[in-house]
Write a protein that binds this ligand. Structure first.
Ligand SMILES: [Zn+2]
Length: 404
């Protein structure tokens, strides 16, 4: 029995068909149109794909016979025609394994191609222990989750890490808080174990994607700002896709320098980075006195119980983060800015502070329809983004052959 999912249904996108008749492209397009809910019967698929009725019919029949799609009731048709057979993704299509690894813990899940969560858990891992230890714990927990799910092949693995990654190479790139991970072949290692495509992504990018796909499509472009141990960002385009930039560094906002910030040296070696002066880590450092150190978990707890010293520091941080967000709003003109991470989860103080600076500083055209809100998925945003990437990968033209 599938577990109750902590996630709402997520919007999947389908690429436009280019008029080519490559069978893999046709099958992928039909499967993704059904997965996205854009067209869920043969009759709907014909006009949306622009393909001949017989081509659509053959593709649907093949996908149903291979257990990728399944008949799922009927849908009334306009006029006098008999109701159309409704299609949906089949739970028999295979598993997608998801790992959203943060600095000190990982959310793990096993899902099927119909977005059913077959198992999920949270495990304590410390990225400072290095890739071997952390990946072994992730692989073990995923195996345990799979053992509780119906037997099916693994179609894709998606892993998010709290640092810059090279998605093409499948390796972290000089991640500041992850000693021993630079250039470690994360994707290759997991591909060896699970024998399927592996996607490595930055954890904030996953959150941005999950958040965007849980919201109506008019909430994109979306800028996700995570304020936790560090500060990071992720960008979603108007079309609902991740914007990586040329080398995957887009949205990595933690090292933007802020005007008037204290001269604190950042882990990157520069002075006055937003992460060094406004993250949970920075607040923890300032709350501690001498030998009395304060952990990030304590910062969260103090904010939660409205400790005045902690709240004053959160307000100060909100002012600095607001300056950065106001600049980014001008640059990117997002429909929505989403705040996430442990500091935002603990109280609405950060949101209120960032809002007031952004609406005061940014010009009317950029803020006229801007929504600035806390994450709707909270701690599950990363897993949601991973689910979207994994299912879209399994149904892509290059991989759908593996399902047949
Ligand atoms: Zn820095």
């Amino acid at each position: 029995m599938p577990l109750p999912s902590p996630l709402p249904p997520l919007r999947l996108t389908a690429p436009a068909l280019s008029g080519r008749t490559d069978p893999a492209v046709t099958l992928s397009t039909v499967a993704r149109l059904v997965a996205s809910g854009t067209a869920v019967s043969k009759a709907d698929l014909v006009p949306v794909t622009g393909l001949a009725r017989t081509t659509v019919s053959a593709a649907v029949d093949e996908l149903v016979s291979r257990g990728v799609l399944r008949p799922d009731g009927t849908r009334p048709t306009p006029g006098r025609g008999r109701p159309a057979d409704r299609l949906s993704l089949s739970p028999r299509g295979g598993h997608v394994l998801l790992a959203d690894v943060g600095a000190t813990g990982a959310h793990l899940a096993v899902v099927d191609l119909s977005q059913q969560v077959l198992g999920h858990t949270h495990v304590d891992v410390d990225v400072k222990d290095g890739p071997e230890v952390v990946l072994a714990a992730v692989v073990d927990s995923l195996a345990t989750l799979r053992a509780g799910a119906p037997v099916a092949p693994v179609r894709a693995v998606v892993i998010g890490l709290p640092g810059p990654v090279d998605g093409q190479l499948g390796t972290p790139v000089r991640p500041p808080i992850m000693p021993g991970w630079h250039a470690y072949p994360v994707s290759a290692r997991l591909r060896e174990i699970f024998d399927c495509p592996v996607i490595l992504e930055n954890d904030v990018n996953l959150r941005a994607l999950g958040e965007a796909r849980a919201l109506p499509d008019d909430q994109a472009p979306l800028l996700f700002v995570k304020v936790g141990t560090g500060i990071g960002g992720g960008l979603i385009t108007r079309e609902g896709a991740l914007h990586h930039g040329a080398d995957g560094a887009a949205g990595d906002i933690g090292h933007i320098r802020v005007r008037g910030a204290p001269d604190v040296v950042c882990i990157c070696g520069n002075v006055g980075c937003i992460e060094a002066v406004a993250s949970a880590d920075a607040i923890a450092r300032r709350l501690g006195t001498g030998a009395d150190t304060v952990t990030v978990a304590e910062v969260r707890a103090r904010i939660g119980r409205a400790d005045p010293a902690a709240l004053a520091l959160v307000r100060e941080a909100a002012g600095l983060i607001g300056e950065v967000v106001a600049t980014l709003v001008h640059f990117y003109n997002p429909a929505r800015v989403t705040l996430g991470g442990s500091v935002t989860a603990a109280s609405d103080e950060l949101l209120a502070g960032v809002r007031s600076v952004v609406y005061q500083r940014a010009l009317p055209l950029a803020t006229r329809n801007l929504v600035l809100a806390n994450s709707v998925l909270g701690e599950y945003a990363g897993v949601a983004g991973a689910m979207v990437l994994g299912i879209e990968q399994a149904l892509s033209a290059s991989d759908i052959g593996g399902l047949l």
